[in-house]
Design a protein around this ligand. Structure first.
Ligand code: FES
Length: 83
């Protein structure tokens, strides 16, 4: 299915790019811009962004790694305990 008609990006392209990025760096923050860059393209009109993000969220590889979840909360708690 074509997700971005300006750049001809499909849902398979998105899934493959996410898998590639996750495999090369498990801790990377994956954004639509990074996916475009990984595919050697850049967004044009932006009309696809809602569907693009929906397709990203449907991918299990997009999840934040377990060890990085709740970092902000842990840091905040540690700062409060210092005071
Ligand atoms: S449809 Fe994706 S940038 Fe235009």
């Amino acid at each position: 299915m074509i997700v971005c008609s300006c750049c001809r990006v499909t849902d398979t392209d998105i899934r493959d790019a996410i898998a590639w990025m996750r495999a090369s760096d498990p801790y990377t923050l994956i954004t639509p811009g990074k996916i475009y860059r990984a595919l050697g393209k850049s967004a044009d009109c932006g009309g696809c962004i809602k569907l693009f993000v929906e397709k990203m969220r449907a991918d299990d590889n997009l999840a934040v790694p377990v060890e990085l979840r709740g970092l902000r909360r842990r840091e905040k708690r540690a700062r409060l305990e210092e005071v």
